[in-house]
Each structure stands twice: as structure tokens, then as C-alpha cells.
Write a protein that binds this ligand. Structure first.
Ligand code: FAD
Length: 513
């Protein structure tokens, strides 16, 4: 059952076994699994419910509906552009559907450095297999390889870099290229058409336009979640409140939303790690003009991915290179116009050549951490892009420029505030060394936030235990990338879902006792 904000006529009290806050990869998966295990589940989602018939393939319409900050929100010093979900299905509704398993080397790092238990290869593999089957995850094939994808394969191969087909969560993809506007064909296997649809069939109640606000406590136990109905058009409260009395509360409000919710409950006073250790995979893009037509906005975003640099190479403590995945970029014309440099005639001249514009993007495996905090009730997101992150960003710029020249780029465009461009590959190193990493000089996306409710044994340095339960609270759990100790070094959705299966097992066990 899906209930939208306008359907509530009066304040109400609801009861259930488990209430889940958020309906993205984390929330939808844990809710689906718990419903499958026979529990009465309520999902509270502050965003709206949109389906294929609403996905009109118009960037401005859809950005306003399914992006949390309407595409306009940045970190506190304007270093990072924030992109996150605000709708039933969360960010999976506008994601690219790249679906990597967590690499074994990253799971080993989490176990060795952070003492991670219960989330190793042996525990996660059955969940990966189940999710891959349910979401029809398969390697992209040639029919889904657009020209930019092909150029990434050609360039990486010519340079001797490891490049592989990207696993995709799709079924019957039409190749429209409108993944980021929500799939009009229900082919992309977002949470909307997979785990939420299944949870719905199993009797879970999904409440859209309902914002989780506060918790009602009895000592170390939560008795109820207080939520308020939002008017979708304005985002304001309607005055209707819903109190949900649940035996267990699971927070899955996303990498930005979960720390905000926990901070608003005053939990930082007891658990100082709340809001700390933010990662978000800052993503530098490089654009390029080709003599041939690229038409980057058609077909799937990333059929090939360069894995050569996923793990950073170090010489002792000295950074050498890498620490990112390098992908073809896909931007629809509106977003492309927003990220291309210049104004007026200069910008127009670039846009006039739009079909010949291609580009790449890299997910930086951030090493220096950011933070989520509140000033009054206003969220503040901070992410450093200098230091170790800056070294990785510069290296990713260099490698992207090399690849783009290798496949015939006539001009490489960094898209920074100084509109730095290159026509001579010999000048890559000196040019990239000179790029300005100060805030607001570049556009870095932040599609993969997490880390701000980190897992661990010690309440001094972590927020949840390895059973996903918040330290010191009997019945509060977290099930999203906020629990990861670092970024997973690949796109995170499959890791989030597999961790959520583990979380569901712990919640199930707690409900049984
Ligand atoms: C453009 C883009 C492309 C991406 N492509 C890929 C990809 O190809 N592969 C991949 O693996 N990952 C990709 N990602 C990342 C991936 O989509 C996210 O990491 C993942 O979906 C996050 O899931 P989540 O459950 O943590 O959070 P979200 O999906 O953000 O869901 C959290 C939900 O909680 C809701 N919420 C927050 N606060 C409250 C509250 N107080 N009350 C009620 N509800 C609340 C939000 O509205 C939101 O819907 C992409 C992301 C973006 C933005």
C-alpha cells in the first residue's frame, strides 16, 4: 500500500513491528527483507511517489521532483555539488544502475583496519547473488555501448589500462539515455520497481510525503517515531502529524539524511562520531570536443569502466597514482549546459557543438574526510577537495585528459572557473598542476555519500555496532552507507543493499527475542 501526503485528512497513530525511515537502496532493501520474513513494516519517505508515467524525460521537471536539492545544493564552501534522492525509491530512481560487488580488497581493508565483523565476503556473497538475480544485474553488452563508451574502451585499451564491462541493473533497456530523469520504461531496476514493489506486495505500508522528525523515548528505548505530512508542491508541513509506534526503528535516510536525522535527535552528545567521517566520492569531469558525433546523452551512461586506477598506488606513505574509477560521462543537454564553462557567446559556441562533445568522469575514493553538521537546524556539509583528495583529483584529471586525447579529442575542457582548455597532450601535466582546487573553482558531483554513522565496537569512535544497532539504544538501527567505514571504492548501491540484508537479519533476530 502506498499512501501519499494528500491522502491524510487528519493526524493519526500507526502501529507496526518496524518503521524504516527512507526508501532508497538501504531502506527499501531492509524493508523488503523484513516483510519477506513476515514482519509488519512501515516505510516513511519524505519525498514524493513518482512512477514511469511521471518520468517525462525533461531534465528541469525531473530534477525538481527527484533530486533532494533540486540540483542546486552545494557543500558549505561550494566545493561539491550535492546530488541525492528525495522521492520514493531514493537516489536509485535517478542512478546510473552500475552495480558492482564490493571488491574483496576493500572488504579486507575494512576487516583489518576497522575490525569489521559479519560483513565479509562469505557473509555478503549470498546476498550479492540474490540481489543480482532480483535486479537482473548483468554485464553491459555491445548494444548498450554508445560512442563515448566505445571511446573509453578504445582509449584505455590503447594505453594498456584495465577496462571492463560495467555490471548493470536493467531489464529490457531501450537505451533512451534518460536514466537520471527516472526510467520511463521501468527498465532500470531501481528500488521503485524491485524491492519496494515486492515490499508492497508483501503488505508493507509505504508512506510518501511523510518526514520523520523526532523520536519518543522511554529511557534507552524508542516508543514512537513522530512524522509530519509534507505538501509536495511547497515542501511545507500540512499540519497533519503521524505518530508511528514501532518495536524497532531503522534509519535509512541516506548518506546525507541519516546523520542529519541522528544529529537532530541530539545523539552527537553521546556518540561523537555522528556526522563525522563523511565520504562522497567527489567526481571530477573532463569534457572533450571531437571531430565526430558523440551524442553522449543516448544509450546507457557507462557500458565500460576503467578499473586500472581503482586502488591507489602508494610508495610507502607517498601517493603515486590512482584511487578512483574512471567512467564515460553522460549528461543530458541541460546539465551539460550547466557544467560547461563560460557565459554568453563563448558558452553558446560550445553548446552549438554539443553533439560532438564527449567526456569522462571519475569517482574519487576519498581519503580525507568531510563532515555533516547542523547550524541551528540548517544542514552544513563540508568536504575537502585539497590534500590527499586533491592529489587523487589531479591524477584523475591527468588520466582523463590522456585517454581523451588518445581517442582523438581535438580539445580537452576541464570545466573550471578559468575555463582551462588544452589542445596539446604534451601540456597535460603542467596544465593540471596549475588547476585551482580552491572552493567554487570546479564542479565536483557527490553522488555516493556515506560514513557519518560508522560501524565499530567502540562508541567513542563509531555510531552503530556490527549488528547495525546504534550504541546504547535498544531499538534504533541504521541501514545505509552511513555505516561504512570508508567509501567502497566502487559505486555503492550493491554494497548498500547487501549490508541491508545483514541489517535485516539482526532486526529479525531482535524482533524474535
Ligand atoms: C546521479 C546519480 C547516479 C548514481 N549512479 C549510481 C550507479 O550507477 N551505481 C551505484 O551503485 N550508485 C549510484 N549512485 C548512488 C546511489 O544511487 C546511492 O548511493 C544509493 O541510491 C543511496 O541509497 P540510500 O538508501 O543510502 O539513500 P537514498 O537513495 O538517498 O535514500 C534515502 C531516502 O531517505 C529519504 N529521507 C531522508 N531524510 C528523511 C526523513 N527525515 N524522513 C523521511 N525520509 C527521509 C530521502 O528523501 C531519500 O529518498 C548514483 C547517485 C546519483 C545521485
Amino acid at each position: 500500500m502506498i499512501v501519499q501526503g494528500h491522502e491524510w485528512s487528519a493526524s493519526a497513530i500507526e502501529r507496526c513491528d518496524v518503521v524504516v525511515i527512507g526508501s532508497g537502496c538501504g531502506g527499501a532493501t531492509v524493508a523488503k527483507r523484513l516483510a519477506e520474513l513476515g514482519h509488519d513494516v512501515v516505510i516513511v519517505e519524505k519525498g514524493g511517489w513518482y512512477t514511469a508515467k511521471d518520468f517525462d524525460q525533461r531534465e528541469v521537471n525531473m530534477l525538481g521532483k527527484i533530486d533532494g536539492g533540486r540540483g542546486l545544493q552545494t557543500s558549505v564552501d561550494s566545493s561539491i555539488s550535492l546530488t541525492y534522492g528525495n522521492n520514493v525509491g531514493g537516489a536509485s530512481v535517478h542512478y546510473w544502475a552500475d552495480s558492482y560487488r564490493t571488491p574483496p580488497d576493500r572488504l579486507a581493508l575494512w576487516a583489518e583496519r576497522y575490525g569489521m565483523k559479519g560483513h565479509g565476503l562469505a557473509e555478503l556473497t549470498p546476498h550479492f547473488e540474490r540481489i543480482e538475480e532480483d535486479l537482473h544485474i548483468h554485464l553491459a553488452d555491445q548494444s548498450h555501448t554508445n560512442r563515448m563508451n566505445q571511446l573509453v574502451f578504445d582509449g584505455a585499451s590503447a594505453l594498456g589500462w584495465s577496462v571492463r564491462r560495467v555490471p548493470q541493473a536493467r531489464k529490457g533497456c531501450m537505451g533512451s539515455g534518460h536514466c537520471m530523469q527516472g526510467c520511463s520504461y521501468d527498465a532500470k531496476q531501481s528500488q521503485l520497481v524491485t524491492h519496494l514493489a515486492r515490499a508492497d506486495q508483501l503488505g508493507a505500508r509505504i508512506y510518501a510525503d511523510l518526514e520523520a522528525v523526532s523520536l519518543r523515548w522511554n529511557d534507552t528505548r524508542i516508543e514512537a517515531l513522530n512524522a509530519r505530512v509534507l505538501d509536495r508542491a511547497t515542501g511545507r508541513t500540512t499540519g497533519v502529524n503521524v505518530s508511528i509506534e514501532a518495536r524497532i526503528v531503522v534509519v535509512a535516510a541516506g548518506g546525507f539524511g541519516t546523520p542529519l536525522f541522528l544529529l537532530r535527535q541530539g545523539l552527537k552528545a553521546h556518540l561523537s562520531a555522528v556526522g563525522e567521517h563523511l565520504f562522497c566520492n567527489p567526481s571530477p569531469m573532463v569534457h572533450a570536443l571531437f571531430d565526430e558525433r558523440i551524442v553522449q546523452w543516448r544509450n546507457i551512461p557507462a557500458a565500460w569502466g576503467v578499473e586500472e586506477f581503482r586502488v591507489a598506488k602508494m610508495d610507502g606513505d607517498r601517493y603515486v597514482e590512482g584511487g578512483y574509477l574512471l567512467m564515460p560521462n553522460q549528461l543530458q543537454p541541460g546539465l551539460l549546459a550547466a557544467v560547461l564553462p563560460g557565459i554568453g557567446a563563448k558558452h553558446h559556441q560550445l553548446m552549438a557543438q554539443m553533439p560532438n562533445l564527449g567526456g569522462t568522469i571519475a569517482w574519487i575514493d576519498d581519503i580525507d574526510e568531510g563532515r555533516v553538521s547542523l547550524k541551528g537546524d540548517r544542514p552544513r556539509f563540508y568536504m575537502p577537495v585539497d590534500g590527499g583528495n586533491g592529489l587523487r583529483i589531479r591524477d584523475a584529471w591527468r588520466k582523463q585528459a590522456r585517454l581523451l586525447f588518445e581517442v582523438g579529442a581535438r580539445e580537452v575542457i576541464f570545466g573550471d572557473a578559468s575555463d582551462t582548455r588544452l589542445t596539446d597532450p604534451a601540456a597535460i601535466d603542467s596544465t593540471v598542476d596549475g588547476l585551482d582546487l580552491r572552493p567554487a573553482r570546479n564542479i565536483f558531483a557527490a553522488p555516493h555519500p556515506g560514513g557519518c554513522a560508522r560501524m565499530g565496537d567502540d562508541p567513542q569512535s563509531s555510531v552503530v555496532g556490527f549488528d547495525h544497532r546504534v550504541h546504547g539504544i535498544d531499538n534504533l538501527y541504521v541501514s545505509d552507507p552511513s555505516v561504512f567505514p570508508t567509501a567502497p571504492s566502487v559505486d555503492p548501491s550493491l554494497t548498500i543493499m547487501a549490508f541491508s540484508y545483514v541489517a535485516a537479519d539482526h532486526v529479525h533476530a531482535a524482533l524474535g527475542s
